[in-house]
Design a protein around this ligand. Sequence first.
Ligand code: IPD
Ligand code: CA
Ligand code: CA
Length: 253
Amino acid sequence: MLTKTITEEINAAIRAAGDIILNADRTTETVESKEGHANFVTSYDKAVQEMLKKRLLEILPGAVFVGEEEDVHAQIKDGYSFIVDPIDGTTNFIRDMHCSTTSIGLLFNGEPVYAAIYNPYLGELYTAKKGEGAFLNGQPIHVSDKPLSESIILFGTSPYYPDLAKKGFELLINLFSRALDVRRFGSAAYDLCMVAAGRAELFFEMQLSPWDYAAGSLIVSEAGGAVTQIDGTPLSFGHPCSVLARGRTDEKI
Ligand code: IPD
Ligand code: CA
Ligand code: CA
């Protein structure tokens, strides 16, 4: 049973991740390149993940832990699994752009049941528990019901997969021509929170990994929106896929 104590402990852990991010010492930070184009990991991605792994497995011993750094090959399975992105928006973090989040999704038998995403720069904690709604710092949030013509479109460039750029930008131009405007924040987890809070109406990215959207997809759906792959099929939490999140609009994209 997912008790209040468990969810409060997860919230405390994610706030501690924010403290590490905010107090990062740039003089000792290390930055390494990973597989793919423009894909980096810093000593702080690793430090946040190490701290979260320890704390989360103390909260739910026996849970599977999947994390973007190092625990990337762990597989979700029946029972509880954490899917964690210690710093979503690593490039923003390296450039000190103050737009990065930490994302914790908790799955039970392969389906998200609790989600927390924290933006430490704004002190914004987004949470959702399956069947109980979505919240920003404890206050209920809801998706927007604006039509596409009045929509802010968020997108991610899938920078690690340059082959997908043409298709993604074509879709973006198509949507831009029918919407109000577009934004690119550089943190997919935060993009999903923006849709959940009704600050933007639609988010898409051609390819993301489960740690980018496991938590955000529950937050959007509990806020009244829908998250699928771009072709409308269900998300996969076991391997990467495209992501399309929207508020109440069901206009064809
Ligand atoms: C990235 C961010 C970015 C998105 C990339 C992601 P990372 O995550 O979410 O917004 O466009 O596709 O990989 O690498 O900073 O954790
Ligand atoms: Ca990420
Ligand atoms: Ca990351």
